[in-house]
Every structure is written in C-alpha cells, then in structure tokens.
Ligand binder design. Structure first.
Ligand code: FAD
Length: 319
C-alpha cells in the first residue's frame, strides 16, 4: 500500500513554507487549510524581516538568521514579492538588545536628527520587506511545482489528521488554540490601512509594549500603514475607529501621509504564545510536528522554522 502524503495543516506562511521545504526535499505533501492563503493572517502582515526578540531566544535567533538568508536571496527576483528596503526601527523608550540586528549589513544607530519627534532610540538599515499576498502566491506556485497538493477543508481534530496521514505538520496559527487545545495560544488583533503610496520609499517600525504603534511599509504603489496589537481580542475587524487612529498617528509622523487614499483595510489575528512551539509529538502512533505560536514574527521566522520541522521529521524516525 502506498503511504499517504505528509499532511500539513494550514496555508499561511508557516504551512506553505513547510510545504515547499518538504516537497522540494522529495516528499509527497498535502496541505489542508480552512481558508485560502490570501485569507489568512499571513496575507495581512506588513511584512518585514526584523530581529524577532521572541522566545525561545536561542532558537528564534537561529530561525531568524536562516530566514534572513532566504529572504535576501529571494529579493533577487522581484516576482517573489520580496525586496530589500532601507528604513528605521525605533522606540520612544529603549530599543532593547536584538543580537540578529547584526545581520543587517548597513546597520547604524540613528542620531538625534534621524529620529522622529518623541522617539528616544533607533536603528537604520536595509532589511527584506515582503509583499505578503504576492509572496504567498509565489509559495503556492513553488509548492505546486514541487508536486504539492492543496485542499480547502478544515481539520476537525488531531485524531482526524492522523487518520489521514501518519506524518502531520501542524501550522494552524491561532487555530491551534482549538485544534490541539493549547490554552497558551491567544489572538493578538492587528489592523493595517493599505493606502496609495504618495512617494514613501523607506520603512518605519515602532517598537513598543503599547497597543497602538506606527508602522509604514512601502510596496511600490501600495503603502501599508499600521497598526495595533490587541491581545486576547478575537475580532472581528477591520474597524473604522482603528483605521482613524492609524491614519492620525501616521499623519503626525510623516506629513505626506496626511491626505492619503485608503484602498483597503486589513485585519488579522497574530498567533500569540509565550514561546514559539516547534516540536515533535507522538500522537496515536503518528508523528505530529507542531509549528505555531509565532506572534508578530511568523514571516521573519518562517524559513528557519520550516527547516527545523524538516530536521525533526528526518531525526524522528518512523511512526
Ligand atoms: C497587522 C499584522 C502585521 C504583521 N507584521 C508582521 C511582520 O512585519 N513580520 C512578521 O514576521 N510577522 C508579522 N505579523 C505576524 C504574522 O502575520 C504571523 O506570525 C504569521 O502570519 C503566522 O503564520 P501562520 O502560518 O502560523 O498562521 P496563519 O497565517 O494564521 O495561517 C494559519 C493557517 O491554518 C489554517 N487553519 C487553522 N485551523 C485549521 C483547521 N482546524 N483546519 C484546517 N486549517 C486550519 C488557517 O486556515 C490558515 O491557513 C503580522 C501580523 C499582523 C496581523
């Protein structure tokens, strides 16, 4: 009897990147997803590779490093949706230590003249910026080209998943709260305004523990303005009041953003968790590798996590 394909749950950035890594390594892979990839949280992300400052620290540094190399290589082909962009990451208080910042080739600290009003510390440098809808399309095409199959259907339980395949990769994002009953997974509501770009070429990202922040991500004619981080808020969105706040903060930050045409509002649930979970579990005789709980760093960690998933499957023996 032919063995069933590896079953990946989820077609966000984690599920698709795992799918690509496993299929390109020669495995038969099926992705099952409740939503099409353009309907996931991943499609809403800004998105930038930035030093993650997430737990577990040693692991996330390693995953961020691998992902940085992949995104830098992908940026050579504009059709992937990835490009390299200069800009600033700044804080109104202290920026904190992020060892992976050293991967930014032209990294320098912002002098007082290079900091927006009210900001205390910042760094300037070039990082990969990822236009998520286009990038997810690129991953889908690459996955299919490697022989992967995508099926639009929700998985009701892990028991159902392991009935279908003896090797399961769980990339269900905030859906892991229900799918695996992980009480540590919670939503962190986010919202962005997509506006016609009035000529902004640099990114800006505010680091803060507060719920409201400023983020500016240029993708050619489209400019993504943010944002909010509301833990334990399941939505729904987008909300007019949040949009108003975003536009107000961004206009105060850069006068060019004072009168912009809003094309679209985007909202999504970051999969919050105290630490990212990439772990092999034996479940009813099957191998289940979990890969979820990336919070606001799921894109920046995606390639490193997918390689770790592949390593766990290679080291984990047969079911
Ligand atoms: C406004 C905003 C800005 C962000 N900016 C950045 C950024 O700049 N950089 C960065 O690195 N990250 C950023 N993030 C975070 C990033 O988007 C997430 O960490 C990442 O998308 C998580 O990816 P994922 O694949 O784990 O989850 P998701 O994209 O949520 O995908 C989960 C998948 O699992 C499927 N699923 C769930 N349950 C089931 C089930 N029972 N059966 C079948 N399928 C199921 C869903 O349908 C979906 O396909 C941002 C997020 C937001 C909201």
């Amino acid at each position: 009897m032919t063995e069933a394909p590896v079953l990946v749950i989820g077609a966000g950035v984690q599920g698709l990147t795992c799918g690509v890594v496993l299929a390109e390594a020669g495995m038969r892979v099926r992705v099952r997803t409740a939503e099409r990839s353009r309907g996931t949280t991943s499609a809403v992300a800004g998105a930038m590779w930035s030093p993650p400052m997430a737990d577990p620290p040693g692991k996330t540094q390693y995953w961020a490093t691998l992902s940085h190399a992949e995104f830098t290589a992908l940026a050579r082909d504009p059709d992937t949706g990835v490009h390299l962009c200069e800009g600033r990451i700044a804080s109104r208080t202290r920026l904190g230590e992020a060892p992976e910042a050293k991967l930014i080739p032209d990294l320098r600290h912002c002098g007082p003249d290079d900091l927006p009003e009210g900001f205390a510390e910042g760094i300037r440098g070039t990082v990969p910026l990822i236009d998520m809808p286009r990038y997810l399309d690129h991953l889908v095409a690459r996955f299919r080209e490697a022989g992967g199959e995508i099926q639009r259907s929700a998985v009701r339980s892990l028991a159902e998943a392991v009935d279908e395949s003896s090797t399961v990769v769980n990339c269900s994002g905030v859906g892991a709260h229900e799918l695996v009953g992980d009480p540590g997974v919670y939503p962190v509501y986010g919202q962005l305004a997509v506006v016609r770009n009035p000529g902004v070429e640099e990114y800006f990202m505010e680091i803060t523990g507060a719920g409201e922040l400023i983020s500016v991500m240029p993708h050619g004619d489209r400019l993504l303005l943010g944002g909010v981080k509301y833990p334990h808020d399941w939505g729904p969105g987008p909300r007019a009041k949040v949009r108003e706040g975003i536009l107000r903060r961004c206009a105060a930050f850069d006068p060019r953003l004072g009168d912009v045409e809003v094309i679209e509002d985007l909202a999504g649930l970051r999969p919050g968790r105290q630490a990212v979970r990439v772990q092999l579990e034996r479940y009813s005789g099957a191998r289940v590798v979990h890969d979820y709980g990336h919070g606001g760093n799921g894109v920046a960690l995606s390639w490193g996590c997918a390689y770790e998933v592949a390593d766990l499957l290679a080291d984990g023996g047969s079911a």
